[in-house]
Design a binder for this molecule. Structure first.
Ligand code: ZN
Length: 69
């Protein structure tokens, strides 16, 4: 399996929440795996994050902490 076909994973270092990400969102269309990760990280740092952590109390805060890998 090449890196390119490896699923992108979201991981919360606080509560251990982990999810494989379905990266076929229109905002990520046509990007390589590395570019998608970079783009998602930008979204996470913004006021409208892609993901929030279900396991954490503060969704806004946890969004910035989530690891995209
Ligand atoms: Zn969490």
């Amino acid at each position: 399996m090449t890196d390119e076909s490896k699923p992108i994973e979201v991981y919360c270092p606080i509560c251990g929440f982990k999810e494989t990400l379905n990266a076929d969102d229109a905002r990520l269309a046509g990007l390589s795996r590395e570019e998608k990760i970079a783009r998602i990280r930008e979204f996470q740092a913004s006021d409208e994050p892609f993901f929030t952590c279900d396991g954490c109390d503060s969704e806004k805060e946890s969004a910035k902490i989530l690891e995209i890998r």
